[in-house]
Each structure stands twice: as structure tokens, then as C-alpha cells.
Design a protein around this ligand. Sequence first.
Ligand SMILES: CC(C)(COP(=O)(O)OP(=O)(O)OC[C@H]1O[C@@H](n2cnc3c(N)ncnc32)[C@H](O)[C@@H]1OP(=O)(O)O)[C@@H](O)C(=O)NCCC(=O)NCCS
Length: 174
Amino acid sequence: MTASYDIRLATALDSLLLAEQRVAMFRDMGRTTPEIEQPLLESCASYFTTALASGEYVGWVAELTAPPRTAIGGAGVQFRPLLPRTDPSGQLLLVGREGLILNVYVDRAHRRQGVARRLMDTLIRWAPGAGIVRLVLHAAPDGRRLYESLGFFETNEMLFPPFTGATVGRSDAE
Ligand SMILES: CC(C)(COP(=O)(O)OP(=O)(O)OC[C@H]1O[C@@H](n2cnc3c(N)ncnc32)[C@H](O)[C@@H]1OP(=O)(O)O)[C@@H](O)C(=O)NCCC(=O)NCCS
């Protein structure tokens, strides 16, 4: 049976939680080593503290309705400046902000019950009012069908290998 849960906006108090979810997401995608998890956690928590306060990042947390309101998932959007451009059809002028969807994560025990879909629905409904004219994400295999069912489609993005000496490499699926 699906446990009752609520979706709420993340606050500055959630920086560590969001960082933990991000590390768990990369772990489940097979994209961490035991050595990198702690520095990843710390640098992400630091990022969330700053970005939640500045408004660069907006996050949502799914948490069980019953006390102690344990968090079971989350998702977020990083605002990005958008150089005015056209849409894929070439007929629409896009002027506004781009939203990069990040950190879509649900605890294993609560998967396949529609939690990620509800988080994504919340985010997609919110985006136009926040001035977002373009929503992008990098799909991991677990989420691809969900995203497609919501209307996302593949584009032509390519990735350059991490630069030598980078402490934390760039990611192509977040
Ligand atoms: C990807 C992820 C967030 C999906 O979370 P979720 O809450 O399980 O997603 P949903 O339940 O909304 O949908 C997932 C699937 O469950 C199905 N589902 C939803 N409710 C269901 C139910 N009541 N019974 C059975 N299946 C159900 C959906 O149809 C969907 O199926 P599909 O993938 O075959 O299309 C989760 O698997 C996860 O955290 N994975 C690890 C991290 C990761 O890869 N994140 C994505 C980064 S891009």
C-alpha cells in the first residue's frame, strides 16, 4: 500500500538532506566510489546552503505525512540564464530563464508508487510562474520512461571528458 506523503518546498534547513539525496542518487546510478561520497556530500551541502538562499536552486521534498515526517524523495531546479533562442521548431522565440532539473531521487522502499511523478508534476506546474521558458534534464535509465511520459524528449547535447586535475568532474546525468 502507498504510504501517505506530502510534497513541500525545501528550505535552508534542508541543505544536508538534499546533499544526502544527491549522493544517494549518484550511488544508485553507479556513479560514486566510497572515497568520493564524503567530499561530494560536503561540497553539495555547501552548494545547497548558498543556492537555496540566493534562489539559484529551488527544491521539493517528499516526506511521509505521519510523524516524524521522514523524507522519502526529492527533486529540484537550478535556474540558468538563457541566451535568447528559438525552440526546436524554429518558430518560437524563447526569452526567459532555463530550469535544469536535478536530484530526482526516491528512497528504494518508496519507488514505483508515483512519488517521482508527483514531484515532477509539482515542478512542471511551478516552472512557468517562475519565468522558466525551457526545462531540461539529463535522464538516468531509471527515470527515462517517467520523463518521456511527462513529455520530455531527447536532444542533441554532447559531453566533453572531465579536464585533467578537476577535483569533481562534470556529470551528464544528474
Ligand atoms: C528514477 C526514480 C526517481 C523514480 O522514482 P519513483 O518514485 O519510483 O518513480 P514513479 O513511481 O513516479 O515512476 C517510476 C515507475 O513506476 C511506475 N509506477 C508508478 N506508480 C506505480 C504503482 N502504483 N504500481 C506500479 N508501478 C507504478 C511508473 O509507471 C513508472 O514506470 P516506468 O519507469 O516503467 O515508466 C527512482 O527510481 C530513483 O530514485 N532512482 C535512482 C536515482 C535516479 O536514477 N534518479 C533519476 C536521475 S535522472
